[in-house]
Design a protein around this ligand. Structure first.
Ligand SMILES: O=P(O)(O)OC[C@H]1O[C@H](OP(=O)(O)OP(=O)(O)O)[C@H](O)[C@@H]1O
Ligand code: HPA
Ligand SMILES: [Mg+2]
Length: 174
């Protein structure tokens, strides 16, 4: 190990914000309530992979049946790597959005630094951009979100969590 090992994004974040499946489902429904008045939308564009889960829930609630993906990888576990666009928008979805994204709904699970959002916004400048959670740096790039957490918070999504023993809060209690 190096003398000064680089801190991961999660370690830098410091605070933990774990989200259960129930909570996530409720937050996605709350997001849909807000989006309902911003639509109608011709199609949903999910930013993979984290955007796939909220996109499925929102699509069900709004009755949207055309769903495309923009596949972007930026974090390897909790370390940020180079942003990579692995797959762009399909020609069909681009056409539905008239070339500039009008009437399309882009969905991701969260916006953190905003770098992922910036790439997709540049692809579809007139699309509506929604995330379930937002941190201050990325928030200006999002049109609709539900919960803001501080920049030094790390959000743990239910698909990355499992049940485990929790020691009592008071030291020595048993
Ligand atoms: O605002 P940013 O700093 O760009 O970070 C936000 C992005 O990071 C995460 O995706 P990640 O690249 O880790 O891939 P995943 O969705 O496949 O987990 C998250 O799902 C967002 O897409
Ligand atoms: O807070 C976060 N949680 C999970 N994935 C992330 N990717 C960027 N920020 C986060
Ligand atoms: Mg993602």
């Amino acid at each position: 190990m190096a003398d000064h090992p680089e801190l991961s994004a999660e370690e830098r974040a410091g605070k933990a914000f774990p989200v259960s499946w129930d909570q996530f489902h409720r937050d996605c429904r709350a997001l849909t309530w807000r989006l309902n008045s911003a639509g109608p939308f011709h199609a949903i564009i999910a930013i993979t992979r984290g955007g796939l889960v909220p996109a499925a829930i929102v699509a069900r609630e709004l009755g949207v049946r055309v769903i495309d993906t923009v596949c972007i990888a930026s974090y390897e576990h909790n370390k940020r790597g180079e942003l990579q666009v692995l797959k762009g928008l399909s020609a069909d979805a681009l056409k539905l959005g008239g070339g500039d994204g009008k009437g399309l709904l882009i969905i991701d699970d969260l916006v953190d630094t905003g770098k992922t959002a910036r790439i997709v916004r540049d692809m579809l400048p007139k699309a509506h951009f929604a995330t379930v959670y937002a941190k201050p740096m990325g928030r200006p790039l999002v049109d609709t979100y539900i919960t803001e957490v501080s920049q030094d918070t790390w959000i743990f999504f239910p698909w990355d969590l499992g049940l485990s023993f929790q020691p009592p809060m008071r030291e020595g209690a048993g």
